[in-house]
Design a protein around this ligand. Structure first.
Ligand SMILES: NC(=O)c1ccc[n+]([C@@H]2O[C@H](COP(=O)([O-])OP(=O)(O)OC[C@H]3O[C@@H](n4cnc5c(N)ncnc54)[C@H](O)[C@@H]3O)[C@@H](O)[C@H]2O)c1
Length: 358
């Protein structure tokens, strides 16, 4: 039975990962400051009981499995453990155990409004990642960690490969630390690119086993409404007509269900140890207009589309070549049509629940 650390474990990806960890019979420690995440009291179910709360730490147990939740900013947690900063009184009694896998997901992500609108807030991700790798590489800690999964992003790719008219499918080799690097997507992309470099250093200089996942546009039923996939589903669930889209709606992404992303993390860790970043997507480019049409077809009506040209839209087209991970036997299990149907039904149910509550 494994014991893993999941930073940012109360977020969208983290909650799906914890579900898998539980299903696999493993246990986990979660460090999350709940800046966007949800408290485990709200989502950790399936027979887990809260058996202890002391200061920032809550422990949930089911038979021999446990989830230990530390309600704290990961940055001072890691710096305190490495003695790089004076411990705050709250963190004095927080001691992290040995871990089989460290899944490092904690970061300020947000939708396009956050990435474009508050780049220096997002820039703190550089600090969170640096603190995690510093902590993990110290001699007294290194031997107490099996493997590290660093959550990178397709935002690390050079934006000039994703422009209107010149966009191409993105392949792992387009990010090479041995050649010239292109400009990634805002401070968010810089932090992911830097995180990948730290991953490489952790392997080359410290001998650690590190894999990086580059998810393209992960989506799922319980994703926050600041992301386009659930936000558009909500508009369709409300049977809006016209349906608003940010920009022209011609911009496209490679949408991948989050459960497929979580499965991919394990496949990457089994095949990569040198910190290399691996694409996870479907390889299919879908525009937001196509997404609206798909949702509308499932909902059974034909709305017109209203373009909101003053909204931030990011790059024109971002999609992956996924041959590498497919070569290791991974395939997306959830088609876009099935995934969008699930997201739409979830939003319809949310509206029905809200109406029932009055
Ligand atoms: N969702 C996607 O499609 C996608 C795509 C590419 C990369 N990623 C990466 O996966 C990871 C998880 O993304 P997500 O979609 O779940 O985002 P999210 O915002 O839902 O989750 C991030 C979690 O980190 C927590 N957090 C933020 N700052 C923290 C800090 N300083 N200390 C502790 N916790 C902190 C938040 O409270 C939240 O629970 C991120 O690193 C993100 O960059 C996600």
């Amino acid at each position: 039975m494994g014991n893993h650390l999941v930073t940012g474990g109360c977020g969208f990806v983290g909650r799906h990962l914890i579900n898998k960890i539980i299903k696999d019979g493993d246990s986990a420690w979660v460090v999350d400051d709940l800046s966007t995440g949800k408290h485990p009291d709200l989502w950790l179910k399936d027979g887990f009981d809260k058996v202890d709360t002391s200061g920032l730490v809550s422990v949930y147990r089911r038979d021999s499995q446990s989830i230990t939740f530390i309600n704290a900013d990961a940055l001072p947690v890691f710096l305190t453990e490495t003695s790089a900063t004076r411990p705050s009184p709250d963190l004095e009694n927080v001691k992290l155990p040995d871990f089989d896998i460290v899944f490092h997901l904690a970061s300020i992500v947000g939708g396009r409004m956050m990435i474009d609108g508050d780049p220096l807030k997002v820039g703190i991700d550089l600090g969170i990642d640096a603190a995690m790798f510093l902590w993990a590489s110290r001699p007294d800690r290194k031997s107490r960690i099996g493997r590290i999964m660093y959550a990178s992003s397709s935002a690390a790719y050079p934006v000039h490969l994703q422009s209107e008219g010149t966009h191409i499918a993105l392949e792992e080799k387009f990010i090479s630390f041995d050649e010239n690097l292109g400009m990634p997507d805002m401070t968010y992309g810089w932090s992911k690119l830097t995180g990948e470099f730290l991953s490489r250093m952790a392997h080359e200089r410290y001998g650690m086993h590190v894999g990086c996942i580059r998810p393209f546009s992960g989506y799922g039923e319980d994703q926050d409404l600041t992301y386009p996939t659930p936000a558009i589903a909500r508009r369709i669930a409300l049977r809006e007509n016209p349906v608003e889209v940010w920009g022209t709606g011609d911009q496209g992404r490679d949408f991948i269900h989050i459960d497929d992303c979580v499965d991919a993390m394990y496949v990457i860790l089994d095949n990569v140890k040198n910190g290399e970043g691996i694409n996870v997507g479907t390889g299919r480019l879908t525009s937001f207009n196509e997404m609206i049409q798909t949702y509308a077809k499932i909902a059974g009506y034909e709305p017109t589309i209203k373009r909101l040209l003053d909204k931030p839209v990011g790059v024109q087209s971002r999609f992956a070549i996924v041959d590498k991970i497919k070569g290791w036997g991974w395939e997306p299990k959830i088609s876009l049509e099935e995934g969008l149907t699930r997201v739409l039904r979830y939003q319809e149910q949310a509206l029905a629940d809200a109406a029932a509550k009055g």
